[in-house]
Design a protein around this ligand. Structure first.
Ligand code: PLP
Length: 406
């Protein structure tokens, strides 16, 4: 992780040094929903030039968070992307797909595996509004040429190709540069959901992507007290020009208090992500031979083409996630969850402390059992979001729960 990126996160929201003595060390949240003006001319001028006039357009806390998140995606100090923070990760997806659709193209290519609600938004409300979706399935055991598979379904009607760099929930890695090249070849843009990797481990814009999405609810917020998202567009992309106006119209913007909490979470995000990332990889290897485990889903254990791709695109690791197929299907998973001591079951990820989720019940519950099997999501699959606890503590808790559950 570059020092610039760590610094931008660690100092997020800090009031710059200098100026008057006795200033706040950290910018307070700016909560007002609008500003007032002395007369019509002043209001007219503000409506033209100052987005902070009304909170749906912008706000100091929101603008500070957007500038920080844009800096995290701009390694080496190039031109920063346009960033808009949104009411959730889903709202960021809606905003980015809407901005891409301003091109007049009416089809999305969705690369699976991916978060279940991503597909649900595309094939549900967006399909009803006239946006078609073509799904491209990458085999779970890796080795597929993702670029060729996307190119095979491309065409002049494709607005955007949507892909996750580290996929939810099986933690496979997708060849984003190849997918982005295939998108470009048909005149479409490539949108990377980088929620699992975070900007500290992967920067999509440096790998050919045009648009980036993070759920701020997860590792970046990091404390399970924020629901938010960010939509970023490369300054070169046509969609960047649409993002501001589209965001103002859709109105699914982040509240300033959530922006302020996210800035606070961001300050420790590099440390939390580094720590969870290292612990997840170590636990993956340590649990691989456990008798209660059917399969460990992590490139550190999977090896082969997936591990090679992970080493090429994510040399510092894939992030703080670890998925495990436990013996005994749903009832086995239920027993393991009940036997866990401090690791809590919740339909989310990215907390300071370790949590566990059951994809078949949560992120992928809208799929039929048959589809889940085809996607490699078994009823015994547990997805762990590794926090900052000691590795030894987590290993002891997990081995004991797996033994009790098996
Ligand atoms: C990979 C991924 N992208 C996007 C989202 C959506 O984020 P949010 O719940 O903030 O809308 C999630 C939520 O779990 C996710 O896992």
């Amino acid at each position: 992780m570059s020092d610039d990126i760590r610094l931008a996160a660690i100092r997020a929201g800090a009031v710059p040094a200098g100026g008057d003595e006795g200033r706040d060390l950290v910018a307070p949240p700016a909560l007002s929903s609008a500003r007032s003006y002395p007369d019509l001319d002043a209001l007219d001028a503000a409506m033209e030039a100052d987005p902070r006039v009304y909170r749906r357009y912008s706000n100091e806390s929101v603008a500070l968070l957007e500038a920080t998140l844009a800096a995290l995606e701009t390694p080496g100090g190039g031109e920063a992307p346009v960033a808009r923070v949104t009411a959730s990760g889903q709202a960021a997806l809606l905003l980015l797909v809407s901005a891409a659709a301003m091109s007049g193209r009416r089809r999305v290519v969705l690369v699976r595996p991916c978060y279940g609600a991503t597909e649900a938004l595309l094939v549900g409300p967006l399909a009803a509004l006239g946006m078609a979706t073509t799904v491209v399935d990458l085999p779970v055991d890796g080795g597929a040429d993702a670029g060729a598979l996307v190119a095979a379904v491309g065409g002049p009607d494709v607005a955007v190709v949507v892909v996750e760099i580290v996929t939810n929930p099986l933690l496979t890695v997708v060849d984003v540069p190849a997918v982005a090249a295939a998108a470009r070849a048909c005149g479409a843009v490539c949108l990377v959901d980088s929620t699992f990797a975070t900007p500290f481990l992967f920067q999509p814009l440096a790998h050919g992507a045009d648009l980036v999405l993070h759920s701020l609810t997860k590792h970046l917020g990091g404390h399970s007290d924020v629901l938010g998202g960010v939509a970023l567009a490369s300054p070169q992309s046509e969609a960047a020009g649409w993002l501001d106006a589209t965001s103002r119209s859709l109105g699914a913007v982040l509240s300033p208090f959530d922006a302020w909490l996210t800035l606070r979470g961001l300050r420790t995000a590099p440390l939390r992500v580094e720590r969870g990332n290292a612990t997840a990889a170590a636990l993956a290897s340590a649990l691989a031979g456990h008798p209660g485990v059917v399969a460990v889903h992590h490139p550190a254990v999977r090896g082969g083409a997936d591990a090679a791709l992970a080493a090429r695109l994510l040399p510092r690791g894939i992030g703080p996630m670890l998925s495990i197929d436990v013996r005994g299907g749903r009832s086995g998973a239920g027993r393991v969850v009940r036997a866990l001591d401090g690791i809590r079951l919740a339909p989310t990820l990215g907390d300071v402390s370790t949590t566990v989720s059951h994809p078949a019940t949560t992120s992928h519950r809208n799929f039929s059992a048959q589809d889940r099997v085809a996607l490699g999501i078994s009823d015994g699959l547990l997805r762990f979001s590794i926090g900052i606890e000691d590795e030894a503590t987590l290993l002891a808790e997990l081995t004991s729960a797996l033994t009790a559950g098996g």
